[in-house]
Design a protein around this ligand. Structure first.
Ligand SMILES: [Zn+2]
Length: 425
């Protein structure tokens, strides 16, 4: 725990004043004896806690008695203890905001420190509660790589060394949706997940495999081509760069899902997990919410609802009536809603954030089980493509246990995914 004393902003000055007052209360110095304060308590110790929770060992064995005792034996007369920091995790029993994951229910690290200080007659305690702009408690905090200052990037990476890579393309999505739907959707889901759980979001990659033969659509590589000369090496290069930059886990989320796009992204994830020895997940976003009823579609009720929720200004639902294809019936116009999009997005974001918090801490057996599960899915997809048809391995994924991929993944139940995959064909 590095000790620091910062007083560069007004918030901090106010917080420091509050903390000094608190120290005086705890020290029994106040009222008629207040003038003795500066003379009596001059060895003041400030502990700036910047400890993340991506590893289950971090702070897990925190012992307040030993901690306060060590500081007291060092001669400190007062202690300024942080309740939270730039890392953003609450070290007390917070009702809102994320608690430090290694502080089990019933424990309150900050409360324990204050309790120990009060028990001691050798020194006093002060505390401060500071608010930073860049904490997971701030719903609007910046997580987009390209918009971060270096100091913010370093802080975000130190708090949680996870990077998101959203994938999509520009493709016709009916007369009612913006053309960049796939990448816009994936990007915003990643941004929300990073705000909720930590991590940095790389700019979205526009361009992939497949795309409709429609106006305003860029097809970088054919949907039904075995060969892949652009997407795979590009993703592998990016993963290598993320690793070189110090990230410990990578989540590639594709909002575009031609079948070979899905295979390529998942394959790169499994391969780069082994190549880099850090977890790399590559999945379409709808696989994380199939148990909520979102089965993935193209400009249908699901995708339109998601865009209505994530970017309401980019959907003009009444335009669908002019679309000879999507407007044939009123099913999408009646069925799509921002509320439905919020439901799907909430589940996807919750699972992404949970994964992001867990992945850097996966040990070797966990990572290997993850790769076996992902490879089992890829095997079914490749085999089905060769022996039957392109979508053969997807037929069962929309019903029964096959919708549970997202739940199993977030829970780390990789053996169940592996077993499930063996029944896909
Ligand atoms: Zn789409």
């Amino acid at each position: 725990m590095p000790s620091s004393c910062r007083s560069s902003d007004r918030t901090h000055r106010l917080a420091t004043i509050a903390c000094l007052l608190k120290m005086r209360q705890l020290a029994g110095i106040g009222g008629s004896t207040s003038s003795q304060w500066p003379e009596q308590v001059y060895r003041r110790y400030s502990v700036d806690v910047h400890i993340p929770d991506w590893d289950p060992l971090l702070l897990a064995n925190f012992d307040a008695a030993q901690y306060v005792g060590d500081i007291a034996r060092g001669g400190a007369q007062s202690l300024l203890q942080y309740t939270n920091s730039r890392v953003g995790l609450c070290l007390w029993n917070a009702q809102v905001g994320p608690r430090h994951a290694n502080m089990p229910q019933g424990r309150d690290f900050f409360g324990e420190v204050v309790g120990e200080c009060r028990r001691s007659t050798r020194h006093e305690a002060g505390y401060q509660k500071r608010g930073f702009m860049n904490t997971p408690m701030d719903a609007d905090r910046e997580v987009q790589w390209e918009r971060l200052l270096p100091v913010e990037f370093r802080a975000a990476q130190q708090a949680l060394p996870v990077v998101y890579l959203p994938l999509g393309t520009v493709e016709w999505h009916g007369e009612h949706n913006a053309l960049g739907l796939d990448a816009l959707k994936a990007h915003q889901l990643c941004v929300l997940a990073a705000r909720a759980g930590g991590g940095v979001v790389h700019p979205p990659l526009y361009g992939g495999m497949g795309g409709l033969d429609m106006p305003a659509t860029v097809v970088v590589e054919g949907e039904h081509e075995w060969d892949n000369h652009l997407l795979r090496p590009w993703l592998e290069k990016l993963c290598g760069e993320f690793h070189r930059q110090g990230f410990s886990a990578i989540i590639m989320l594709t909002g575009h899902y031609g079948h070979n796009q899905q295979i390529t992204v998942r394959e790169v994830g499994a391969r780069m997990t082994e190549r880099l020895q850090i977890p790399v997940l590559g999945t379409p976003e709808y696989w994380l919410a199939q148990d909520a009823g979102y089965l993935g579609d193209h400009a249908g009720i699901g995708e339109t609802s998601l865009l209505m929720h994530l970017h309401p200004d980019l959907v003009k639902i009444e335009r669908i009536r002019t679309d000879p294809d999507y407007g044939r019936t009123d099913a999408i116009e009646k069925g799509a809603s921002a509320e439905l999009g919020r439901k799907y997005a909430s589940l996807i974001v919750e699972r992404l954030a949970k994964l992001a918090r867990a992945m850097p801490g996966w040990d070797d057996p966990t990572r290997e089980a993850f790769v076996r599960a992902e490879r089992a899915l890829i095997s079914a997809q490749l085999k089905g493509w060769r022996t039957r048809d392109a979508w053969a391995a997807w037929r069962k994924t929309s019903s029964g246990e096959f919708t549970m991929y997202g739940a199993y993944l977030a829970a780390g139940e990789f053996e169940r995914i592996e077993r499930m995959a063996s029944h896909l064909l």
